[in-house]
Design a protein around this ligand. Structure first.
Ligand code: TPP
Ligand code: MG
Length: 687
């Protein structure tokens, strides 16, 4: 294995018990200081943490972003003090005063671990089960990156992914989705340590969680090490060694533990789960453990034994030496590896995108926007090997594949994942792929099933990950499948997620721009909403095309209508052609209409006030048209009691019928839109 030669086993006389008790003390004292937090899990997993962090984990506290470090994730994120204690003790830039400010405003020790806030935290956890799914994504990333970059005699990608998980993670459905896929893909370098303490918030889990977890994971095709004593450091360390020896299957190590171990009166009870132990129990715990040090005071000998600084630096150095040899042998590959890990697009990508957008404008094709999306994927993925696609068993409908797609299997690498019908895990695995580095994940399903993925989408936004969601069949326009499949509130509700860009493009050109924007963006995820049905190509001037990326722009202006009263129609996606049609119809009546296409409200909101004012002038009646809930559009058109503000939308569920019938039924016709404008203009003040 990739060994620097520095022994992992601590050579000092400090006992494992002292190492574990240092975690216990920091956890209970920090929770006590905050009067808030979860001491039970860190106290119960302390020996497991000692086994992993002092015997196996390869990481460099001085350089948390070293590319080939092992990844560690705390899926049971409520035990955040365990991770903060480990980071502090092993030598990360997380001084003791940060632990003293646990859970306080502006500290680097937030309530649950957050990537980007605390050095060494690899993913944001807290919503149970998702860290586990992130781990599946990380292990998949390692596998695929190794296949792409390693060469005989040159192993530059070769690390493990370790996950701590609790009963809550195992109960959550996403653990089934993610671990089932991990088994099918044979992710042998994924090692999960399960904190099997039989306790969750409501008490002993025997009343509501009686699965045979080892058998469950064996059925997934995992390597399972059952009945390990989670308080025996040697036993856990040996299990991890056995897990590493099985390269073909992910491993679950079921560690029997006692929650809150060390607390004489509360250990083994749910009382330790999520509340400070209290002064008396803390004192009793100190006495029981023989831990006679004041709060936040760790003896130097124990600090020295915990420190991973020398070992980590040596490990990274040994990797750097190997990477230097690799660079000499394969300079282009090495540069590409660095580029991908830094998340930089190739220098010519902007030109590729500009050219593709221009070509789509030239072709002026009328297609379904899901088809336009597939064309964009083909154009961009050909230049971006970091794009890793996939869908939740709807590839033939959502068109997330392209001519260069090769499917990932247990035996072969590729750039396309058949996630199966597992939307939530798909999104959380995508987060893991993005977090690992080296990949831009994009995943697809029907827009209405975005609800299944929602919290992972939210986590991607919170973590500012470059993940891309292809959500097709975006309205009643999908037709006969009916209301279960027809999105009504989904576009509006996705737009509520901060840092998520939601695009609903109207044609091939807007689709090409939306995709480019999603790929170029490095500070958050993007949801791309596409139609099942064809949408007429919208001709536009080059100046208008240049403004698409601003999220909202003038597609067709007021024009020359004699004696005109004026109105603005804002539309998105498949409703843009209706707006254009209404504009023509209204010109006959002496109403001059500007059509504003608004594919991305978030991007529009980021424009300066002058631009926004220029696109949506004050004092002109406004109508928004979108086949979805109306509330969100009030922000752009005006309040419900404003007679010059209107929305043509749908505030009820859809119906089963052919799409043209439904559009008519719900008022999405040129005539109805035109009439809505006439009503606004008639009731509005004379301009
Ligand atoms: C998705 C989700 N639902 C609910 C919670 C609230 N919650 C936090 S911890 C917990 C119980 C977890 O039990 P377990 O994993 O066994 O943790 P332990 O008490 O053993 O530390 C719950 C319900 C959450 N964090 N995430
Ligand atoms: Mg538990």
């Amino acid at each position: 294995m990739l060994d620097s030669g520095v022994p992992l086993q601590p050579t000092t006389s400090v006992r494992d018990a002292d190492l574990a008790n240092a975690i216990r003390a920091l956890a209970m004292d920090a929770v006590e200081a905050a009067k808030s937090g979860h001491p039970g899990m860190p106290m119960g997993m302390a020996e497991i943490a000692v086994a992993l962090w002092t015997r196996h984990l390869r990481h460099n506290p001085a350089h948390p972003h070293w590319a080939d470090r092992d990844r560690f994730m705390l899926s049971n994120g409520h035990g955040s003090m365990l991770q903060y204690a480990l980071l502090h003790l092993s030598g990360y830039d997380l001084p003791i005063d940060e632990l003293q400010r646990f859970r306080q405003l502006g500290s680097r020790t937030p309530g649950h671990p957050e990537v980007g806030v605390t050095p060494g935290v690899e993913t944001t956890t807290g919503p149970l089960g998702q860290g586990l799914a992130n781990g599946v994504g990380m292990a998949l990333a390692e596998r695929l990156l190794a296949a792409a970059f390693n060469r005989p005699g040159h192993s530059i990608v070769d690390h493990y992914t370790y996950v701590f998980a609790g009963d809550g993670c195992m109960m959550e459905g996403i653990s089934h989705e993610a671990c089932s896929l991990a088994g099918a893909l044979g992710l042998g370098k994924l090692i999960v340590l399960y904190d099997d303490n039989g306790i969750s918030i409501d008490g002993p889990t025997s009343g509501w969680f009686t699965d045979d977890t080892p058998k469950r994971f064996e059925a997934y095709g995992w390597h399972v090490l059952a009945h390990v004593d989670g308080h025996d450091v040697e036993a856990v360390a040996a299990s991890i060694a056995a897990a590493k020896a099985d390269g073909d299957r992910p491993t679950l190590i079921c560690c029997k533990t006692i929650i809150g171990k060390g607390a004489p009166n509360k250990a083994g009870t749910a009382d330790t789960h999520g509340a400070a132990l209290g002064e008396r129990e803390v004192a009793a715990t100190r006495a029981a453990l023989g831990w006679n040090h004041p709060p936040f005071s760790i003896p130097q000998s124990i600090r020295d034994a915990w420190s991973a600084v020398a070992r980590g630096s040596a490990d990274e150095q040994s990797w750097s030496t190997r990477f230097a040899r690799y660079t000499a042998a394969f300079p282009d590959l090495a540069a590409e590896f660095v580029r991908r890990m830094e998340g930089r697009l190739p220098a010519d990508f902007a030109a590729v995108a500009t050219q593709f957008v221009a070509a789509q404008a030239q072709k002026a094709e009328t297609v379904a926007t899901r088809k336009a999306s597939q064309q964009a994927i083909g154009a961009y993925a050909a230049r971006l090997p970091e794009m890793i696609g996939g869908s939740a068993d709807l590839t033939g409908s959502v068109f997330t594949n392209w001519s260069g797609s090769t499917v990932v299997t247990a035996k072969a690498p590729g750039n396309y994942v058949n996630y199966g019908v597992r939307e939530f895990a798909m999104a959380a695995i995508a987060n893991g792929l993005a977090l690992h580095g080296g990949f831009i994940p994009y995943v697809g399903t029907f827009l209405t099933f975005s609800d299944y993925m929602r919290n992972a989408v939210r986590m991607a936004a919170l973590m500012k990950l470059r993940a891309i969601y292809v959500f097709t069949h975006d309205s009643i326009g999908l037709g006969e499948d009916g209301p279960t499949h027809q999105s009504i509130e989904h576009a509006a509700s996705l737009r509520l997620i901060p840092q998520l860009d939601v695009w609903r493009p109207c044609d091939t050109v807007e689709t090409a721009v939306a995709w480019a924007h999603a790929l170029e963006r490095s500070d958050g995820p993007s949801a791309l909403l596409f139609t099942r049905q064809n949408v007429a190509f919208a001709k536009r001037e080059p100046a208008a095309a240049a403004d698409i990326a601003r999220g909202g722009y003038v597609l067709a202006d007021f024009g020359d209508v004699r004696d005109a009263r004026r109105a603005v129609i804002i539309a998105t996606g498949s409703e843009v052609p209706l707006a254009l049609g209404a504009r023509e119809a209204l010109a006959q009546d002496g109403v001059a209409v500007r059509v504003v296409s608004m594919p991305c409200t978030a991007a529009f909101d980021r424009q300066d006030a002058a631009y926004r004012r220029a696109v949506l002038p004050h004092g002109v009646p406004r109508l928004a048209v979108e086949a979805g809930t109306t509330d969100g559009w009030r922000k752009y058109v005006g309040a419900v009691d404003d007679p010059t503000a209107g929305v043509v939308g749908i505030d009820r569920y859809g119906e089963s019928a052919p799409a043209p019938t439904l559009f008519k039924h719900f008022g999405f016709t040129v005539e109805h839109v035109a009439q809505a404008v006439r009503d606004l203009v008639a009731t509005g003040p004379v301009q």
